[in-house]
Design a protein around this ligand. Structure first.
Ligand SMILES: NC(=O)C[C@H](N)C(=O)O
Length: 328
């Protein structure tokens, strides 16, 4: 039997409430052992070990946990007696943590994120089936070399592509630009696509000696916007700003001037879009060459933030950073 380690970080999948029919609950309430014992059938598929990394609602996710988790996964997957990992995680920031690991874990072995939209005490909790499916994906030979994947609601998504698209439905995840890469139905795994952008074993980012990450802020553009938040971000010490602009990443004029000034002060400004799908293209309505902006390709703001943080650990050269956005 393959050896799978389940690393628990918290989330609704580890949540508990007082009533099966009421919405109130606390995320990160039960430990990894309890999560594993709720799905005894996974012990028939694999030798399962559990580790607790954190026990938080994923809205509390932070750089410290990201670095701890990524370093631990790198360490585990180097071992001959670990064949893959499953990471239980809250759904609010699962798209960010999974992408962080996609860019920092150097292994071809399966790395599978899983969460739940209903807590363990809820009627028709989705966690146990999601965990069963996640372990099935982690032991599947076809999962090798596919980078970090997210398993939710019978679907397999690539970490780069997946985003949370619903606040409360069980069907809360979608890969809006490319579609899911596979399905998993009662443990029956089928892949249809593989990610082409660089990930995991192809990554140039090395976090082994890194204990903190550069500050990158996200600003959300809107009609009648202003320059105050750009100035505040620069003052707070941001090394990068992701601007989620209107349409094809368009900032409001006053905001655009402030962003151009931020570039002059050495801040890397990357344009993305608040639309939620599609590429933010260079030199559309914005003269990127003139202002010194770069673009995030089709990454949403929260994913672009991660790539820029990691990029800034290597270089401040805008050409090189722009290249990364076209490669990862
Ligand atoms: N469904 C969930 O997991 C939501 C929760 N707030 C979390 O992200 O931890």
């Amino acid at each position: 039997k393959p050896n799978i380690t389940i690393l628990a970080t918290g989330g609704t999948i580890a949540g508990a409430g007082d009533s099966a029919t009421k919405s109130a609950y606390s995320a990160g309430a039960v430990t990894v052992d309890k999560l594993i014992s709720a799905v005894p059938s996974i012990n028939k598929m694999a030798n399962i070990k559990g580790e607790q990394i954190s026990n938080i609602g994923s809205q509390e996710m932070n750089n410290k946990v990201w670095l701890k988790l990524a370093k631990r996964v790198n360490e585990l997957l180097k071992k001959d007696d670990v064949d893959g990992v499953v990471i239980t995680h809250g759904t609010d920031t699962m798209e960010s943590t999974s992408y962080f690991l996609d860019l920092t874990v150097k292994s071809k072995k399966p790395i599978v994120f899983v969460g739940a939209m209903r807590s363990g005490s809820s009627m028709s909790a989705d966690g146990p089936m999601n965990i069963y499916n996640a372990v099935s994906v982690a032991i599947n030979k076809q999962s090798y070399g596919k980078g970090v994947v997210v398993v939710m609601n019978d679907e397999i998504h690539s970490a780069r592509e997946v985003t949370k698209v619903n606040t409360s439905n069980v069907n809360a995840f979608s890969s809006v630009n490319t579609g899911k890469i596979g399905t998993v139905y009662y443990g029956d795994v089928h892949y249809y696509m593989a990610p082409l952008r660089k990930h995991t074993y192809q990554t140039e980012f090395n976090i082994e000696k890194i204990n903190s990450l550069p500050r990158v802020d996200i600003l959300y553009g809107h009609a009648n916007d202003s320059d105050v938040f750009v100035k505040a971000a620069v003052k707070a010490g941001a090394k990068g700003i992701i601007h989620a602009g209107m349409g094809n990443g368009n900032p409001y004029p006053t905001t655009q001037t402030a962003l151009a000034n931020a570039v002059k002060e050495g801040v890397v400004v990357a344009r993305t879009s608040r639309v939620g799908s599609g590429r933010t293209n260079l030199h559309g309505e914005v003269d990127d060459a003139k202002y010194g902006f770069i673009v995030t390709d089709n990454l949403n703001a929260q994913k672009a933030r991660i790539l820029l943080m990691l990029g800034l650990t290597k270089t401040h050269d805008k050409k090189e950073l722009q290249k990364m956005f076209f490669e990862y």
